[in-house]
Design a protein around this ligand. Structure first.
Ligand SMILES: [Zn+2]
Length: 497
């Protein structure tokens, strides 16, 4: 839990937070951005290096075409405009894991600009609970190496450098300072990650550093136009911690301002164990980096033709897909949301829904019976013993009344126990069917009709939808075990007989 300086609700309400986020996403190319070294994660330190990424004198960078295409695809998914000409620049700073003494990035002419992400504000009804967060720019750059403080001999008093990561391609995505609460920042990050995952240009794995986030935060009295002085919280490794770090910073800023102090512009680190941020260094200004155009690389030209080719590979994105799926399959917005959480799940659901007799039933089964069991066993969708074809087959059996919901649950349990798909288990169990023996049902129907003469009379007087009342009673009495179709038949016969 975040431990926060005590600031009263009244004081919190007096100030408006202003938040902007910078997200680094590692692009899933096989080789680095300016050389042919592998980008594979987890290889022994300093095994994927060459004169270019080590920054040896005279080595020349050559731009990786795939990195450009991935970054442009991400930019398009974020509704950015692609600049036909963009320029690589040297960003100079000293750090032990940056052998060249500068990072090749993009500065005043980035690859893409002027995008946005729409987030849901479930608690708010303003604009239908939606808010657009502007994206200032998306640019390409190379990653730096990594300082290691553990996992090797002498780690207690030495730091080691691993340069495997040096030169791995990154897309940096900079938002406008449009967010007004830690919840909005959380919503932005969640949506951003979801969109990037759909494009397939990054695995967004935070533990492996494929997605990193820095947050800029300031507060100002509500109604004031000018921004307050901001601080930057760097390298927080989960969305939840970013939210907590922002909550902490907001209260810290307000506490200082209320006490008559002023905020120092600086970079801070969040300590998740303490739930606090700590000052790391005063924040650099852009001019400290001495940006200038990279003399070893030509301007990057992504012309209209190339842009069109990249755009052709843009998949249907999560929000559009949700809207289409609710219409196409008659499922709820909530169902569509769960079923599109990953592109793989959405693809699989749709392949099943298109062939099933009732897509809605497939949606319910996937969510309540399949995902629940997978989660309980800690399995990923790809590891599911029940394929989507199996889900379709089972949904159709319930739909036709051949098996009951309870029988389906039991069969699914067997599938997970045996690690076998539904059709195989269904066959092995001798194609079980729910009972069509009507004697018990008829007895139940007689009793219910006798116990509810008024409703029976209304039915006989022409109020045919009264059948629903009796079906409901029978289903309840049978604890959901009875076959609804059969119940209907028996009741109709009894009431009309
Ligand atoms: Zn290299």
């Amino acid at each position: 839990m975040a431990s926060t300086p005590a600031v009263s609700e009244d004081l919190l309400a007096k100030y408006e937070p202003v938040i902007g986020l910078e997200v680094h996403v590692q692009l899933l190319t096989a080789s680095k951005i300016f050389c042919s070294c592998s980008t594979r994660f987890g290889d022994p330190p300093n095994t994927n290096v060459c004169p270019v990424c080590l920054g040896l004198p005279g080595a020349l960078p050559v731009l990786n075409r795939k990195a450009v295409e991935f970054a442009a695809l991400a930019a398009m998914a974020l509704e950015c405009r692609i600049n036909e000409v963009s320029i690589f620049a040297r960003k100079s700073y000293f750090y032990p894991d940056l052998p060249k003494g500068y990072q090749i990035s993009q500065y005043d002419k980035p690859l893409a600009e002027f995008g946005f992400i729409e987030i849901d504000l479930s608690a708010s009804r303003i604009n239908g609970g939606k808010k657009k967060i502007g994206i200032t720019r998306l640019h390409l750059e190379e990653d730096a190496g990594k300082s290691l403080h553990e996992g090797f001999a002498d780690a207690a008093h030495k730091t080691a450098i691993d340069l495997n990561r040096t030169g791995v391609p990154l897309a940096e995505i900079v938002s406008e300072p449009d967010m007004r609460s830690p919840e909005e920042a959380y919503g932005y990050l969640t949506r951003l990650k979801e969109i990037i995952l759909y494009t397939g240009v990054s695995d967004c794995n935070m533990e492996e550093g494929s997605l990193r986030c820095d947050a800029n935060i300031s507060v100002r009295p509500r109604g004031q136009k000018e921004f307050g002085t901001k601080t930057e919280v760097k390298n927080v490794n989960s969305f939840r911690f970013i939210k907590q770090a922002l909550e902490y910073e907001i209260e810290r800023h307000i506490g200082i301002i209320e006490a008559g102090g002023s905020i120092t512009q600086e970079t801070r680190l969040y300590n998740a164990n303490e739930g606090k941020t700590h000052g790391m260094r005063s924040k650099e200004q852009a001019h400290d980096y001495r940006y200038f155009p990279e003399p070893d690389l030509l301007p990057l030209v992504v012309d209209k033709k190339w842009q069109a080719a990249i755009r052709a590979s843009l998949p249907e994105l999560p929000q559009a897909r949700r809207q289409r799926m609710t219409k196409e399959y008659g499922i709820t917005a909530g169902d569509a949301h769960t079923l599109t959480l990953t592109r793989a799940l959405a693809d699989q659901f749709e392949s099943a829904a298109r062939t099933a007799k009732n897509p809605k039933r497939v949606a319910n089964l996937v969510q309540s019976e399949l995902l629940g069991r997978l989660k309980a066993q800690g399995l990923e969708l790809e590891q599911s013993p029940i394929s989507m074809a199996g889900v379709t087959a089972s949904a159709d059996l319930v739909e036709s009344g051949a098996i009951s919901g309870k029988m389906l649950k039991d069969l699914y349990d067997l599938c997970f126990e045996r690690g076998q798909d539904f059709p195989a288990v269904y066959e092995a169990e001798g194609r079980p069917e729910q009972s069509r023996d009507t004697s018990a049902l008829e007895k139940l129907a007689d009793e219910l009709i006798a116990a509810n003469p008024k409703q029976a009379e209304q039915y006989r007087a022409g109020k045919k939808n009264m059948i629903g009342f009796f079906v409901g009673q029978v289903m309840k009495a049978s604890k959901g075990q009875a076959n609804p179709q059969l119940v209907n038949e028996v009741l109709t016969k009894k009431l009309e007989g």
